[in-house]
Write a protein that binds this ligand. Structure first.
Ligand code: NAD
Length: 321
């Protein structure tokens, strides 16, 4: 069995490798070659932690395994550790033997940024120039960095519930040589692409904050009850997702479906657009919305990719198991 520790991931994994792995696995999901197992997520009654498993099997990429981990809210204050903790375990699909154990913390941010980036590649207008950010936390910086590589961006605008955090994303824009402007939510109408990545339980982005032709990637809502955008916005948009079952139960679409504004059949898989079986964006006036809920197969895909890189660079630790 191979081990790739968390400390090695930053030097191994590139945004491009994460993008390629996620694009391929979304395509495999839509063609029926890969499927996610039901998610387990439990409040374990210790340290206020939420712990769970996200797994799946990709028959095309021959990737089998799970990501185990969750959220320990006291880690940072009590122990100087990050609150989100995860580890990916890969298994040989021919034998069931464990093949790799991979640090999953940085990989989670990279695969989540890759997902919205894949959605921008396939759904945003080609001439998109202004990226709007809702959120300025840990994930937001990764999201913006990846999004800036998809279109010739001339300006980043940003809003955050905690405005003092906006310098986190201003720094990323400036490093890419793109000017940044803090805005009010009603000024988001200037954006051609909007990414929302917050832990909110009530909508910030309303339907009237979005112009025709915009692509929105809703990345923060991954749990029942969370919500970042007004449900009416989904009714105005063409809605795409990583995994339809998750979108309507724990993703952004849960609210629009519960309110009867859209039906499950209105939500399409981004993978179908990648495969060319769904036309995706069909007009410059259409609002497209990607509901990125985060699936186990994304984790397995980037973990498998990083194991290959670690082997090639000779930094994977081999253990007899
Ligand atoms: P973080 O704690 O670093 O940042 C949280 C962000 O949410 C900040 O911008 C904060 O200002 C904002 N926020 C907090 N309360 C808010 C409120 N009431 N209204 C509006 N905004 C509010 O967290 P993070 O690591 O950046 O994660 C952000 C979200 O992304 C979390 O909900 C997390 O669960 C989710 N996430 C999703 C995926 C996925 O695959 N879809 C993957 C990883 C994380």
């Amino acid at each position: 069995m191979l081990i790739v520790p968390e400390r090695e991931i930053a030097d191994l994994m590139t945004r491009q490798a994460a993008f390629d792995a996620v694009e391929q696995v979304f395509a495999a999901m839509a063609s029926g070659d890969a499927y996610n197992f039901p998610v387990v997520r439990e409040a374990i009654g210790h340290e206020d932690a939420l712990y769970g498993f996200k797994g799946g099997f990709d028959r095309a990429g021959l990737t089998l395994g799970l990501k185990a981990g969750g959220y320990w809210p006291n880690n940072l204050e009590k122990r100087g550790l990050i609150n989100h903790q995860s580890t990916v375990f890969l298994f040989d699909p021919d034998t069931g033997k464990p093949s790799a154990m991979v640090g999953g913390n940085l990989l989670t941010a990279l695969r989540t940024a890759a997902a919205s980036s894949v959605s921008i590649k396939h759904l945003a207008r080609r001439d998109a120039k202004v990226i709007g950010m809702i959120g300025a936390g840990h994930q937001a910086a990764f999201q913006l960095r990846a999004a800036l590589e998809q279109r010739a961006c001339e300006k980043v605008i940003g809003w955050n519930y905690h405005p003092e955090m906006l310098p986190n994303i201003e720094k990323v824009a400036n490093e890419a040589g793109v000017p940044f402007q803090a805005v009010e939510l009603d000024e988001m109408t200037e954006a051609d692409v909007i990414i929302s990545i917050t832990s909110a339980f009530a909508p910030s982005l309303m339907a009237n904050h979005v112009s025709p032709g915009t692509h929105i990637a809703c990345m923060g809502t991954d749990t029942k009850g969370k919500q970042e955008v007004e449900a009416a916005l989904l009714a105005k948009a063409s809605v795409f997702t990583d995994e339809i079952a998750q979108s309507v139960s724990i993703g952004e679409a849960q609210h629009a479906v519960a309110e009867g504004l859209i039906q499950e059949s209105d939500v399409a898989q981004l993978g179908a657009v990648i495969n060319g079986t769904d036309p995706g964006r069909i007009s410059d006036n259409q609002i497209t919305l990607f509901d990125g809920t985060g699936v186990g197969l994304q984790d397995l895909a980037v973990a498998a990719s990083v194991v290959d890189l670690a082997v090639r660079k000779g930094v994977a630790i081999e253990v007899d198991f």
